[in-house]
Design a protein around this ligand. Structure first.
Ligand code: NAP
Length: 314
């Protein structure tokens, strides 16, 4: 697969990334079975064999089970750890932690971030996380305190590079101003069903700062594809009927699948959006990789944008 640099770092990644959100087969640790774990392992191996070299994860994915499954594969597959980038996220505290009545919340305190990162390292069974992301903006985020935590994690060799996810551009600017190191990635939801990043300043900022935009739910969590097993509440109102006919028409002209065109549409943006592929089906993981070889024309790109907007550009 083609590669891209990750932000201004020395790291190089496959053009598309593989996401481990769904690899445990369930959101509930108590529901994980030997079979669901094996399917997740198979998905990660299929992605590695198809040329994906960046694996995205988070401490809250099935409460750490997704990190454990990736860690198991990294241990089993000889040479894999040296060839791939491990990305994980922290900063979200589920309800019930530490007291039963504690609310679900965000926590960017230095003590919490450092501890969360160390726990991720243990579950992943590795010495160093290549890229550590703040998962969702903490309402009480103090850029100076986060910068201290980042500097400490980096000095201890626990994290190589840092980034954010789901931030407003202004909060990213505030954090960057406090951090001694450049932030490398901003992970946000981008797809034909979720266009905000194109107009809310997120992608502009990525272009200015040379930050890699990583697109989560690039297929709208499955709505652009064979169907969606699990949607986030915000994804339930997506109007895919607006653009699926245009997508299918273009896929027919190009002789590729609808999902390949939807991913190629993201790849066209000059900020070098990196879609994070979330299917656990090996054949779909391989098919998504075909998008790296499809270069849409500007006219084709706008045909899909106009359909997704539901109205012509002004
Ligand atoms: N930073 C954040 O806040 C955040 C939030 C959400 C996700 N993420 C990251 O983004 C990654 C991708 O998110 P996502 O899983 O929602 O991505 P996605 O690729 O938009 O959706 C994947 C889902 O679509 C289904 N699907 C149906 N037809 C498909 C087809 N033809 N090809 C591919 N998939 C098809 C898959 O089911 P099957 O498995 O049955 O194929 C799977 O359930 C996650 O793994 C995670 O790493 C980050």
């Amino acid at each position: 697969m083609q590669t891209i640099p990750l932000g201004v770092s020395s790291l190089t990644s496959s053009r598309l990334a593989y996401g481990c959100w769904r690899v445990a087969g369930t959101w509930e640790p108590a529901e994980v079975t030997a079979a669901s774990r094996a399917a997740g392992r198979q998905a990660i191996i299929a992605a590695y064999e198809a040329g994906y070299t960046l694996f995205d994860n988070a401490d809250i994915y099935c409460r750490g089970e997704a990190e454990r499954i990736l860690g198991q594969v990294l241990k089993e597959v000889g040479g894999m750890r040296e060839r791939v980038l491990v990305v994980t996220k922290g900063g979200i505290r589920p309800g019930g932690d530490p007291q039963p009545e504690s609310p679900g919340r965000y926590d960017f305190s230095a003590a919490y971030l450092i501890d969360a990162c160390e726990q991720s390292l243990r579950r992943l069974g590795i010495e160093t996380i290549d890229l550590y992301l703040l998962h969702r903006p903490d309402y009480l985020a103090d850029p100076q305190e986060v910068a201290r935590a980042f500097a400490q994690l980096k000095a201890a060799g626990k994290v190589r590079f840092f980034g954010v996810s789901n931030f407003r551009p202004s909060l990213l600017t505030a954090l960057q101003a406090a951090c001694p190191m450049p932030l490398m990635a901003h992970q946000v939801e981008i797809s034909l069903a979720k266009l905000d990043a194109f107009t809310d300043g997120t992608l502009d900022q990525c272009l200015i700062e040379r930050i890699t935009p990583m697109a989560w739910s690039p297929l709208a969590a499955g709505l652009i594809g064979g169907g969606a097993d699990h949607l986030l509440p915000s994804q339930k109102s997506y109007r895919t009927e607006l653009f699926l006919p245009a997508l299918d028409a273009l896929a027919g002209e190009r002789g590729v699948s609808r999902t390949v065109v939807a991913l190629a549409w993201l790849l066209k943006h000059p900020a070098r959006i990196q879609p994070i592929i979330g299917t656990i089906k090996p054949e779909r993981i391989r098919e998504a990789a075909e998008a790296a070889d499809v270069d849409l024309t500007r006219e084709e790109w706008y045909r899909l944008l106009v359909a997704a907007r539901g109205e012509p550009v002004p």
